[in-house]
Design a binder for this molecule. Structure first.
Ligand code: F6R
Length: 249
């Protein structure tokens, strides 16, 4: 696990955008795994600027998003479908048919989840997976638990995640309680992973992820077992790490 510490959120976002752009330049038909949430917004903004000013093209890129709320219409302003279209997809040349966001409104989640996983494999697997991290060290919506889930499935959100995500909704009651999420196994099958974290609120989760024991109670800790992971974090998120465990960029 390689940890890069950037001075602030802007520098973190620029570094992450360069990392993704490099992937797309080297392999224009890359399969990207994408995350939502506050953390990657700056990175998406930088990628849009690269599309507009530097000719980085997404026309042969395929994307798979990590997760989506269940029972929130995709037109809702808080759906991850809306988030991805507003922050990236509507602003670059990606083809709509190459976008894959889990559908939180299907009838049969078991069948749908299998199809979603199969589609990832059919596309050759994820070349580069982007992750954020929850205050409780969740990745995707894989909450702390007793086991690591292997593949896409329906998950119950924990109180702490519902509370954290209520900042986007009118009230805590409006936050969906369930989501469909790629599993820990789906994430670990990606060829490369980049995890972003910003702010003091993430410092403890980052500390446990980098230096702690690998256990399902700290979902992101499993990344210690992946052979190509970079953590790109700002100084606040790195504040509990020993200087020797990271490189400043
Ligand atoms: C979002 C996702 C989540 C977030 C995490 C951090 O697709 O999978 O794991 O990355 O909850 O969210 P923010 O960035 O809002 O702190």
């Amino acid at each position: 696990m390689k940890v890069y510490v950037c001075k602030n959120y802007e520098k973190m976002s620029a570094f992450a955008a360069n990392y993704l752009a490099a992937q797309v330049i080297i392999k224009p038909n890359s399969v990207l795994g994408l995350a939502t949430g506050s953390t990657p917004i700056g990175m998406y903004k930088e990628l849009v600027a690269k599309y507009q000013n530097e000719g980085i093209s997404f026309k042969n890129v395929t994307t798979f998003n990590l997760d989506e709320y269940i029972d929130l219409p995709k037109e809702n302003e808080n759906s991850y479908y809306t988030f991805m279209h507003e922050n990236l997809f509507d602003k670059v040349d990606i083809k709509e048919e190459n976008i894959n966001i889990p559908d939180g409104s299907v009838e049969n989640f078991e069948v749908y989840s299998k199809e979603f996983e199969n589609k990832i494999q059919k596309c050759g697997g994820i070349d580069l997976q982007v992750l954020g991290i929850g205050n409780n060290a969740h990745i995707g919506f894989n909450e702390p638990g007793d086991t690591f889930s292997n593949s896409t499935s329906v998950v119950e959100l924990t109180e702490s995640t519902i509370l954290a995500n209520s900042r986007f909704f009118e009230s805590e009651d409006e936050v969906p309680k369930k989501a469909i999420s790629m599993g820990i196994g789906s994430i670990m099958r990606a060829k490369k992973i980049i995890l972003l974290a910003s702010g003091k609120g993430k410092a403890e989760a980052i500390h446990k992820t980098v230096n702690g024991e690998v256990k399902p109670g700290v979902p992101a800790s499993i990344l210690q077992f992946h052979r190509d992971v970079v953590l790109v974090i700002d100084e606040d998120a790195a504040s509990l790490l020993e200087e020797s465990s990271y490189e400043r960029v």
